[in-house]
Design a protein around this ligand. Structure first.
Ligand code: 8YV
Length: 329
């Protein structure tokens, strides 16, 4: 009889990562091209002590009660708004995420999206592909200046600071930020960023990048009222989570040119995208790929696997979210 503990990998990951996990555990995988429904996830978790998840699997009190053997849930993501961490702690289940390994890659993408948005790269490409380019004009696809402009960052964690460094050191931008807590002086100096109130951030930013975690508190942190405070020439970039922006209000602001442009990698209710956003030209839309380089996605999957192995074999994870569980399962 095989005594090895059983685990589930809820979404397809790299074969090398599966192979590494198979050295320690009985591994069940999701061979479908889609995430499990909540009921399927509960069914597949029966008898499993650990699971690798992505942002798509909700881990809440109901699931934890229905899966009494589950000890650890390892997200292949730095964001963990799919976890109810207090419920996990109460149930004695450890959660882990993948910080650091995706910081620079995600910041690169944030900057790419800012550039594409400000300089109207996808909009002008569509125009060219549609065969509409028949002459040059002085103001053709004239966009917003990036170098030397004011970069606003809402949410100044690791990724926010990495974007700030790119803006300040690479593009000579004046960087301002708002965050729940102010950075220490050394960290502010490293990314040449100045702390301002949220109202000042909205009013002064030429380019506003959102990099804050999603929570009840940050739900619709950018809605109609906030968009109304921004410059009509400004651009907005969201690489954080859908739900932080009220996408319906944003679509209206873009249509009415009360905001010059937006670059969005995340959406409320993704993979569905608000139809109003699909309908306006001044928005760059990407399918939640900010951390998507092969090297980084592999590092994320490896870190999640390492967390699972470390916790189940040694009782200690590498990047735990709720370490020191009072009553671990
Ligand atoms: C993930 C992300 O790829 O890390 C995060 O929080 O948003 C992305 O890097 C995505 O959440 C899938 O897990």
């Amino acid at each position: 009889m095989n005594q090895r503990p059983a685990i589930l990998i809820a979404r397809a990951v790299f074969p090398e990562v599966v192979a590494r996990l198979r050295e320690h555990f009985e591994v069940e995988t999701n061979d479908e091209d889609a995430p499990f429904t909540p009921a399927q996830l509960i069914e597949r978790l029966q008898g499993k002590v650990g699971v690798l998840t992505t942002g798509s699997e909700r881990i809440d009190a109901a699931l934890l009660a229905a899966c009494p053997q589950l000890k650890v849930v390892c997200n292949i993501a730095v964001g963990y708004n799919n976890f109810d961490v207090p419920a996990m702690t109460a149930a004695g289940v450890l959660g882990t995420n993948t910080p650091d390994v995706l910081t620079e890659t995600t910041a690169d993408f944030g900057f790419a999206l800012l550039m594409a948005t400000a300089r109207r790269i996808t909009e002008s490409e569509h125009f060219l592909r549609a065969g509409q380019w028949n002459r040059w004009a002085l103001d053709m696809f004239a966009g917003a200046e990036v170098h030397g402009s004011t970069l606003g960052i809402l949410g100044m964690g690791r990724i926010g600071q990495a974007i700030a460094r790119r803006g300040a050191h690479g593009f000579g931008m004046n960087v301002i930020y708002h965050n729940r807590s102010r950075l220490d002086a050394e960290s502010e100096a490293a990314c040449r960023a100045r702390y301002v109130s949220k109202a000042e951030l909205l009013q002064q930013a030429d380019h506003l990048v959102l990099v804050l975690p999603y929570s009840a508190e940050s739900h619709h942190a950018i809605g109609a009222a906030e968009l109304a405070q921004m410059k009509p020439t400004a651009t907005l970039v969201n690489i954080a989570r859908g739900g932080i922006v009220d996408d319906a209000a944003l679509a209206v602001a873009l249509r009415e040119k009360r905001l010059a442009a937006a670059g969005l990698d995340v959406f409320e209710g993704e993979p569905c995208v608000h139809p109003g956003l699909l309908d306006v030209p001044n928005v760059v839309l990407t399918p939640h790929i900010a951390s998507a380089t092969l090297k980084t996605r592999r590092a994320m999957a490896d870190l999640a696997a390492d967390n699972l192995i470390a916790y189940l074999t040694r009782g200690e994870a590498l990047t735990p979210l709720n370490a020191g569980l009072p009553n671990p399962r």
